[in-house]
Design a binder for this molecule. Structure first.
Ligand SMILES: Cc1cc2nc3c(=O)[nH]c(=O)nc-3n(C[C@H](O)[C@H](O)[C@H](O)COP(=O)(O)OP(=O)(O)OC[C@H]3O[C@@H](n4cnc5c(N)ncnc54)[C@H](O)[C@@H]3O)c2cc1C
Length: 464
């Protein structure tokens, strides 16, 4: 906090930083507007979330939290679960959201959250915009695991890896002993997929999908790295490319497709993004893959499929997420793209749920915070007996590339007409004359929240 006492807040869904000193003039919030004075219907300019989705950044003391649970029922420090426990595995947005939603519906239910990581609550979407926002890895931690668990009145076991589950006995084997459960929630996330790359430096690729791996990138930059090569020109790769370029890092993107975000964008918008990032200094290697990585003195030498070599300091992989399904397969749950669930997020085992980046509903994985929050509500509703089935046919996808912001809502089905705008920066999808989807770039992207609201006829999920 500065002399003026201004605070900074971060949007949990997209990593947008609201700095009270700067306000949000585009939305009518003058510089100096305190969080308390932001109207409740304000929308995050990046993702359309609400004021209640902003969390205080840690350079200021956290406000007191209200605990909805009776204070007499404290969670034991080393909880071993029990037949009546809901046990959640995973401390990403999915795991913590399930804990929050359960606590809202069941103030007295015993809840235990187990995670292999530190469990600290951070905004993952902010990883790819942190440099632009002047944030270090530690700034992204909104709350420690212990503090968040205490606030919710739940038990937490961090640095504890789940190895196996005996479904008949409802017992979990972990790296620190066994735990029993009544209901089990798998919120295991995923990791950047493995690539077949040869050479003595292949193990130096940083696969970024969490705060721990992101710290490795920042450490390399702190040590003086100035050249970063990114494997994958998809959403995450493009966001990191722009963020790194914004602080003067030389970026190369190696992408097997002939255009960036080939699976998401029509060609015109894809080319628009390519050109804007190139103007920021990003060098594209489209239609190519990385074959070999070799140590070359003070650099790493990358050999591409076309034979070209690049010298770089750091290689990061953003080549696509692979859900963590090994555990689910091992214990006999059905797995396709992810762990299969119904719309209550329930697996074929009635006592086991899956949610977030590891879960596939009707064969589809939703890698979006707003979808994951709806899934968490569905899990909590199913366990509490107040069903709230997950339903999101057309998610809103944002690409956080400030030089060419994009917002995409692809309609389900292929029976709609495509209407490109005259400036080539917007495509509307119409069915029977009704707007059912869109692709918006540049200035048009600011209209995404209101158009999406019209399409889905639902409000954005709030944090309550
Ligand atoms: C750089 C980046 C930018 C993004 N930007 C956006 C955005 O702008 N908007 C948006 O909506 N989405 C965005 N996303 C996607 C979104 O952040 C993810 O979909 C979401 O965070 C996934 O949360 P999760 O809880 O399912 O998984 P994770 O965050 O991966 O959490 C998985 C948890 O499971 C634990 N775990 C795994 N295996 C075990 C085990 N065996 N035992 C114990 N614990 C285990 C892990 O330790 C971890 O705590 C972005 C993602 C990235 C990487």
């Amino acid at each position: 906090m500065g002399d003026t006492g201004y605070q900074r807040w971060i949007c949990e869904a997209c990593g947008f930083v609201y700095d009270e000193a700067k306000g949000d003039p585009d939305s009518g919030l003058a510089p100096g507007t305190r969080y308390a004075d932001i109207p409740a219907d304000w929308e995050c300019p990046l993702c359309g979330m609400r004021k209640s989705d902003l969390r205080l950044l840690r350079d200021t003391p956290a406000p007191a939290r209200s605990v909805t649970r009776s204070p007499s029922r404290r969670a034991p420090v080393t909880c071993r679960g029990g037949d009546d426990h809901v046990v959640i595995i995973g401390a990403g947005i999915a795991g913590w959201s399930v804990a929050e939603q359960l606590r809202l519906r069941m103030p007295e239910r015993d809840i235990l959250l187990i995670t292999a990581c530190s469990g600290d609550y951070y905004t993952k979407p902010a990883l790819s915009t942190a440099l632009t926002n002047g944030l270090g890895p530690e700034d992204l931690v909104v709350e420690s695991a212990a503090s968040k668990a205490a606030g919710l009145g739940i038990a937490v076991r961090t640095r504890t890896r789940v190895i196996d589950v005996d479904r008949a006995k409802r017992r979990i084997a972990t790296s620190k002993g066994s735990i029993t459960y009544g209901k089990l929630v798998l919120a295991l996330g995923g990791q950047q997929r493995d690539l077949a790359i040869q050479g003595d430096a292949a193990d130096q690729i940083i696969k970024i999908n969490d705060l721990r791996t992101y710290r490795r990138l920042r450490q390399r930059l702190d040590e003086g790295a100035t050249r970063v090569s990114i494997l994958g020109g998809g959403l995450i790769g493009c966001e990191f490319a722009e963020d790194l370029s914004s602080v003067g890092v030389h970026v190369d993107i190696i992408e097997p497709a002939r255009q960036p975000l080939a699976n998401l964008l029509v060609e015109g918008l894809s080319q628009g993004l390519r050109v804007r990032l190139a103007e920021k200094g990003v060098r594209w290697h489209l239609g190519k893959t990385l074959d070999r990585l070799e140590q070359g003195g003070d650099c790493v030498r990358a050999t591409l499929s076309c034979g070209q070599t690049l010298e770089t300091d750091v290689i990061i992989s953003a080549a696509g997420l692979q859900p963590h399904t090994t555990l689910a397969k091992k214990i006999g749950l059905q797995v396709t793209q992810g762990v299969c669930t119904d719309h209550d997020m329930r697996t074929a085992d009635p006592d086991i749920f899956a949610v977030g980046d590891c879960a596939a509903v009707d064969g589809r994985i939703y890698h979006h915070v707003d979808a994951i929050r709806l899934q968490a509500k569905a899990v909590a509703g199913a366990i509490a007996g107040t069903a709230a089935p997950f339903d999101m046919t057309a998610p809103l996808v944002r690409v956080k590339t400030p030089s060419f912001p994009l917002a995409v809502c692809l309609p389900a089905g292929s029976d709609c007409a495509e209407h490109p705008s005259a400036d080539g920066l917007r495509v509307d999808y119409l069915r029977d004359g009704e707007l059912v989807g869109f692709m918006l770039a540049d200035e048009h992207a600011a209209k995404a929240a209101s158009l999406y609201g019209r399409i889905t006829e639902r409000r954005w999920p709030d944090a309550s």
